[in-house]
Design a protein around this ligand. Structure first.
Ligand SMILES: *[C@@H]1O[C@H](CO)[C@@H](O)[C@H](O)[C@H]1NC(C)=O
Length: 194
């Protein structure tokens, strides 16, 4: 075993051997903030996957509620997540990189969901549900933008550019959905609620 591999065990031993010093207490606080942000992104990703499943299963008016519920659950996850992240403190550079990787994964899932919604567009239009999907994308764009900015505010200044690149990629994926439904008439939104 190399010396670098031993270091974490020494640190672990030290943590158990003594009562926490102020430095160690600070370290555990930082860990919790990372866990908060990571947990928020995981939840958003899981709600996005559920929305994709609901869209893939959509055949017409009978599945309207399942898509709407999945869409509402995703928005709720993003908005409550934003409050949680806003209340947490900053993460380390190493944690910022981990969060960046997680956002990349989320972007892939979001992009795949957008593909599903674009593939199902004619079915949504035929059933009068396309206006709600359109509204969903617009709401998602604004909520995701807010969450992205809040997460970015928690990463060190040296990771700000990287964070912005990840946010841009995510926005780009959502924008494909916004653009794909931009031509849906307002009337359809009313039909969806009926
Ligand atoms: C999203 O998917 C499309 C094709 O399905 C692809 O061209 C695009 O690069 C993807 N965007 C991101 C941000 O992954």
């Amino acid at each position: 075993m190399q010396i670098t591999q031993l270091i974490p065990f020494f640190l672990l031993g030290a943590a158990f051997a003594s009562s926490p010093s102020p430095v160690e207490r600070k370290a555990s606080l930082v860990q919790r903030d990372y866990a908060t942000i990571s947990g928020v992104i995981s939840d958003v990703q899981s709600k996005t996957s559920s929305l994709k499943s609901a869209i893939d299963a959509y055949q017409g008016t009978g599945q309207t509620a399942s898509v709407q519920n999945a869409q509402d659950a995703l928005l709720n996850s993003i908005n409550t997540g934003n409050s949680k992240v806003a209340a947490s403190s900053s993460v380390t550079l190493a944690q910022a990189y981990q969060i960046g990787n997680q956002v990349d994964d989320l972007t892939d899932v979001v992009n795949a969901s957008v593909d599903s919604a674009l593939n199902k567009k004619s079915a949504f239009v035929a059933a009068g549900d396309a206006g709600k999907v359109k509204k969903g994308f617009n709401d998602l764009k604004s909520a995701a933008n807010t969450l992205g900015s809040t997460i970015k505010s928690k990463v060190p200044s040296s990771a700000q550019n990287l964070a912005q690149q990840k946010i841009d990629k995510l926005n780009e994926a959502i924008q494909r959905g916004v653009d794909g439904y931009a031509d849906v008439a307002r009337r359809a939104a009313r039909d969806f609620k009926a």
